[in-house]
Write a protein that binds this ligand. Structure first.
Ligand code: AMP
Length: 467
C-alpha cells in the first residue's frame, strides 16, 4: 500500500516523501482513509506504531483541501490587533479559534506531536501548530495563541486555564484527538477532559488513541465518539518484538553501578536512556557518568521546561549519549538513535515498563532493554512479565556474576547476551565504579505550579505515589 492510494493531499504527500516514509504503517493504513472520510475512531495502538501521523495526516489533508477552497485565508488575531493599533484604536483581544485540538498526557509528548505536525505540514500554505503546556510562561503562550493557530497540542490542565479565561474559543473546532487517553485517565485528567470536550462542538470529529480500549477509557471513548470505527493494532512495536529484553540480577548498589558502566561501554550502544525511580538519582547518576566520561544528562520534572527542551534537543542531535530520566519526563521521547534502555530501578507500574522500553527500537529499528534487579525485586519482574505476557530472560555477564544465584526460573536467555558485545576493558571487577547515588528517595513532581491543574504530568502523578 502507498500513501498516494490513501488519497492524501499533494502537499502532505510531498512532506511524507521528504520524511523518507515509503508506506503507511498498519495503524496509518486503517486510520488515514477513515480520518479523511470524517469518521470518529477509537484506536488501540502504542507509541512507536506511527499513531501521530495516523491522526495528523487526515487532519492536515482536510485543512489543505479547505485552504485550496478559500485561497485568501483568514487574518490572524495578531494581524487584526496590529491594524486596530494602526487605526489608533485599542485592540480588542480575540480568543484563538483552533480547528484542531490534540490532548496529550505529558509536555514531552505534546512537543513531539507538534514537531511531527510541523514536519507533515511543512509544504502546506498555512497551518500553524502550537503547544500549550503547563510550565510554559503565560506571556509566551498568549503570544502563541495570538497567532490564532489552526492546531493546538496541549496538556489538559493548562488548556483549561486558557479556556476558562476566554483565551481559547472552541466553537470552530473540527477535530479533537485524545492521544494516550489511557494515560491521561491514569493521571487523573478525566474531569478536565470531560470539561474540554463539553466546550467543543457536537459536530466535531473525534479520534481517541489509547494502549487499551478496555474499562474506564473504553467507556469514556464511547461517550465522546459517534459511531466510531474501532481499530485494534497488535503491531510488532506493540509487542516490542524488535526489542531484546533481559534482566541482570545485582547484589548491591556497587554491583549495579559496575553493571551500568559495563552496559554503557557496549560497542553496539549508540544512545541510551537510563531510568531511575527518583529525580535525585537521575541527577546524581548523570553527574557521575559525566565525570566518568560519558556525555550524560538528566531529565526530570524538577527541571524548567527550557532546560528539558534543551536536553531533548541535545539528545536528538546526538550531543547527549546517555539520558538519565524519570518516567514522567521520558514519556514520548522519540529519538531513533536510542539503542539501549536501562532500568536502573524497576518502574513502579508494570505498564511503565512497556513505555520505558519503547524509547528504543523506534521506527522499526532494533533495541536492547536491560533491567538491573536485586533479588528482593523478583516479584516485580514477575508482575511485569504477567503484564507483557512474556518471560524476560535472565542474563549473566562474565566477571560480573551476582554472588547470589537468581531464583529458579524456567526461561532461558534468548541467545543474546550483552557480554557478547563487551568491549576490551568493560565489565571486569575492579573497573571504575560509582558510589551510592543520592541519600534517599524523592518524589517525582513538577516545579511548575503546585495546584491540581498544572497540566504537568509530574504533579498529577504525585498523588499516585510515584517515588
Ligand atoms: P509514533 O508512533 O507516532 O510515535 O511514531 C513512531 C516513529 O515512526 C516516529 O519516529 C515517526 O517519525 C516514524 N514513522 C511514522 N510513520 C512512519 C512511516 N509510515 N514510515 C516510516 N516511519 C514512520
Amino acid at each position: 500500500m502507498t500513501f498516494e492510494s490513501l488519497g492524501l493531499h499533494a502537499s502532505v504527500l510531498k512532506a511524507l516523501t521528504e520524511s523518507g516514509y515509503t508506506e503507511p504503517t498498519p495503524v496509518q493504513a486503517q486510520a488515514v482513509p477513515a480520518g479523511i472520510a470524517g469518521r470518529d475512531m477509537m484506536v488501540s495502538s502504542q507509541t512507536g506504531s506511527g499513531k501521530t501521523a495516523a491522526f495528523m495526516l487526515p487532519a492536515l489533508h482536510k485543512f489543505a483541501v479547505q485552504a485550496d477552497e478559500q485561497p485568501m485565508g483568514g487574518r490572524t488575531v495578531n494581524q487584526e490587533m496590529q491594524s486596530a493599533r494602526a487605526r489608533g484604536e485599542r485592540p480588542r483581544f480575540r480568543a484563538a479559534q483552533p480547528k484542531m485540538l490534540v490532548l496529550t498526557p505529558t509536555r514531552e509528548l505534546a512537543l513531539q506531536v507538534t514537531t511531527s505536525t510541523d514536519k507533515y505540514g511543512a509544504f502546506m500554505r498555512r497551518v500553524k501548530a502550537v503547544s500549550i503546556l503547563g510550565g510554559m510562561p503565560y506571556p509566551k503562550q498568549m503570544q502563541l495563541l495570538s497567532r490564532n493557530p489552526e492546531i493546538l497540542v496541549a496538556t489538559p490542565g493548562r488548556l483549561i486555564d486558557h479556556m476558562e479565561s476566554g483565551k481559547i474559543d472552541f466553537s470552530q473546532l473540527q477535530i479533537l484527538v485524545l492521544d494516550e487517553a489511557d494515560r491521561m485517565l491514569d493521571m487523573g485528567f478525566i474531569d478536565d477532559i470531560e470539561k474540554i470536550v463539553a466546550n467543543t462542538p457536537e459536530t466535531r470529529q473525534t479520534m481517541l488513541f489509547s494502549a487499551t480500549l478496555d474499562g474506564v477509557v473504553g467507556n469514556m471513548a464511547k461517550r465522546i465518539t459517534k459511531d466510531p470505527l474501532i481499530i485494534q493494532i497488535a503491531s510488532s512495536a506493540t509487542k516490542h518484538e524488535n526489542i531484546q529484553q533481559c534482566v541482570h540480577f545485582v547484589d548491591d548498589l556497587s554491583h549495579k553501578n559496575r553493571m551500568l558502566d559495563h552496559l554503557l561501554r557496549d560497542e553496539t550502544m549508540d544512545q541510551a536512556v537510563i531510568f531511575t525511580a527518583t529525580k535525585r538519582d537521575a541527577d546524581t547518576i548523570a553527574d557521575r557518568l559525566n565525570i566518568a566520561g560519558f556525555a550524560a544528562a538528566a531529565l526530570h520534572g524538577d527541571m524548567h521546561q527550557g532546560a528539558r527542551n534543551r536536553t531533548l534537543d541535545g539528545l536528538r542531535r546526538g550531543q547527549i549519549r546517555v539520558l538519565v530520566a524519570t518516567d514522567v519526563a521520558a514519556r514520548g521521547i522519540d529519538v531513533p538513535g536510542i539503542t539501549h534502555v536501562v532500568n536502573y530501578d524497576l518502574p513502579k507500574f508494570a505498564e511503565d515498563y512497556v513505555h520505558r522500553i519503547g524509547r528504543t527500537g523506534r521506527a522499526g529499528r532494533k533495541g536492547i532493554a536491560v533491567s538491573l534487579v536485586n533479588h528482593a525485586e523478583s516479584m516485580n519482574v514477575k508482575r511485569i512479565e504477567r503484564f507483557i505476557k512474556q518471560l524476560i530472560p535472565v542474563n549473566v555477564i562474565e566477571g560480573l556474576e551476582p554472588k547470589r544465584t537468581a531464583a529458579p526460573r524456567s526461561n532461558k536467555p534468548n541467545g543474546w547476551r550483552p557480554g557478547d558485545n563487551r568491549s576490551g576493558n568493560g565489565g571486569r571487577p575492579g573497573q571504575r565504579t560509582f558510589s551510592k547515588p543520592g541519600n534517599g528517595p524523592r518524589r517525582e513532581g513538577s516545579a511548575y505550579g503546585k495546584g491540581p491543574r498544572t497540566g504537568d504530568a509530574g504533579s498529577q502523578r504525585r498523588s499516585f505515589g510515584e517515588r
